[in-house]
Write a protein that binds this ligand. Structure first.
Ligand code: TXA
Ligand code: MG
Length: 333
């Protein structure tokens, strides 16, 4: 007999509760190593519809289905080309999503009607525990976009998820995400690997693992499947974001008076700032460390009531591709 006591649930109890909610067709927020996800049973169309409603996301934008291992991915993927198999071996569990041909009749709503399906095997221990518990309860995979409202910055803490989607949502708290930007997406449906969304995995690392060149979207002349993460203006903070090199940034700062306010500066270079009301935050010199804090930093500027965010452009090196991509999108909106 279990007495009903009002104590906080243990980690194991929270996982069991989250798995039961998923099985019952409800939504659950959960941590991954990249960003927090808003999960639903990928094979329950009504549950998946709630994700689109909660996010305010058009229902033809496909969701990524999360699985605990490569074997579970085979429930959703019709076929896995050799280069995709190698990518799975090298990077799963980890921050890599693969687009694969979808098995007919499986997760159609989650895939937004595409003939393909996005699959991801996250490494976060809490995500792994959730996916295994859900699987044991009869949930073959968990469809989960980032747990933010459509077009906004992805959440990297449980508190961010609550502030995006409300306090009523059940969210597993796994702390701040280690990677901090969304997974690298490789389309494996075109006979050759195509990079749809840069993340923390460099093209060189992907190529070394799969033994062939990874094309960019631009190199692929055909139209790619809809990907809201690839829309120009996405990942936007409320404030207007501008990217400048250090020299242009300093010149812009020099034009401001001592009473300038509502401006944030996010730079690696130490700059002269006349007004003490300007919010200054140092960007790490390391691409991985910058990715980890980027979305929380943008959210923080919004919270401080900043209207303009001036960001120093990042180095033109491949390890910065993911961060550069998110900043360029934020600047485009
Ligand atoms: O790191 C991540 O990938 C996070 C965490 C929660 O796993 N998820 C995430 O999901 O970023 P979301 O929905 O915010 O972005 C997924 C991207 C979207 O741009 C979507 O259009 C694309 O993946 N995508 C999903 N399935 C696809 C498919 N079948 N074909 C083309 N693009 C697809
Ligand atoms: Mg997203």
């Amino acid at each position: 007999m279990t007495a009903s006591v009002s104590r906080p649930l243990t980690a194991t109890e929270n996982i069991a509760k989250a798995a039961a909610l998923l099985k019952a067709g409800a939504l659950v927020g959960f941590p991954t190593e990249t960003v927090y996800g808003l999960g639903a049973d990928a094979c329950n169309d009504a549950a998946v519809a709630q994700i689109f409603a909660a996010k305010g996301r058009p229902s033809d934008h496909p969701l990524i289905v999360h699985v605990a291992d490569a074997e579970q991915a085979l429930v959703f993927a019709e076929q896995v080309p050799e280069f995709a198999r190698r990518l799975m071996q090298a990077f799963w569990p980890g921050p890599l999503s693969l687009i694969l041909p979808r098995r007919a009749g499986v997760a159609a709503a989650a895939a937004g009607g595409q003939a393909s399906v996005g699959l991801r095997c996250p490494s976060h221990p809490m995500a792994q525990a959730l996916l295994r518990a859900a699987h044991a309860a009869g949930v073959a995979g968990v469809a989960a976009p980032s747990a933010n409202r459509f077009g906004r910055v992805s959440p990297t803490t449980a508190a961010h998820v609550h502030s995006e989607l409300g306090e009523a949502l059940f969210v597993l708290d796994g702390g701040a995400c280690e990677v901090g930007i969304e997974s690298t997406i490789v389309d494996c449906t075109r006979g050759v690997p195509v990079l749809l969304r840069p993340g923390v995995l460099t093209p060189a690392a992907l190529e070394a693992a799969c033994g062939q060149r990874v094309l960019t979207k631009e190199e692929l002349a055909q139209d790619t499947p809809r990907a809201s993460g690839t829309l120009e203006a996405h990942y936007a903070p409320q404030a207007k974001l501008r990217l400048m090199d250090a020299k242009a940034l300093q010149a812009a700062l020099d034009l401001l008076g001592a009473e300038a306010r509502h401006i944030a500066v996010y730079s690696r270079t130490l700059l002269r700032v006349k007004s003490s009301a300007i919010v200054v935050r140092r960007m790490p010199d390391d691409a991985g460390a910058t990715a980890q804090q980027l979305f929380a930093a943008l959210r923080g500027f919004d919270t401080q009531g900043v209207k303009l965010i001036w960001v120093e452009a990042v180095p033109a090196r491949p390890e910065w591709d993911g961060v550069r991509d998110r900043l360029q999108r934020a600047a485009a909106s």
